[in-house]
Design a protein around this ligand. Structure first.
Ligand code: FES
Length: 117
């Protein structure tokens, strides 16, 4: 884990081999849960829980840059987090991702990450 000058805490979420293209994986860290996606354009991350009710998006389906919730099939844009179809109307929190060698790192606000612990 490293903290950069922008006060972002970078944590290893997985390796590049862990997620197939057009797929999603759950990552839990310090009491919070995230969804890490692999698209043809790279890796992305969002909060893990749907903003509608209790369902984890890592159990959902990646469809052309969108994640479909497994519970009521609400859809979000993976890159922006924007809610795209009912019943979801509140966007997902998204997080920066960078790849260092084979490691996929998630950028979390250092203070928020500490508070979630
Ligand atoms: Fe995700 Fe309802 S819990 S759409």
């Amino acid at each position: 884990m490293t903290v950069d000058s922008g006060n972002t805490k970078w944590v290893v979420a997985c390796t590049t081999d862990d997620i197939d293209e057009e797929d999603v994986q759950r990552f839990d860290h310090e009491g919070a849960s995230y969804a890490v996606y692999r698209l043809s354009t790279g890796f992305y991350a969002s909060s893990g829980w749907c903003t509608h009710e209790q369902a984890h998006l890592a159990d959902g389906f990646v469809l052309g840059g969108e994640i479909e919730c497994p519970r009521h099939q609400g859809r979000f844009d993976i890159i922006s987090g924007k809610a795209l179809s009912p019943p979801v109307c509140v966007k997902l929190e998204t997080y920066p991702v960078r790849v260092d060698g084979h490691e996929v790192l998630l950028g979390l606000p250092a203070l928020a990450a500490k508070d979630a612990a």
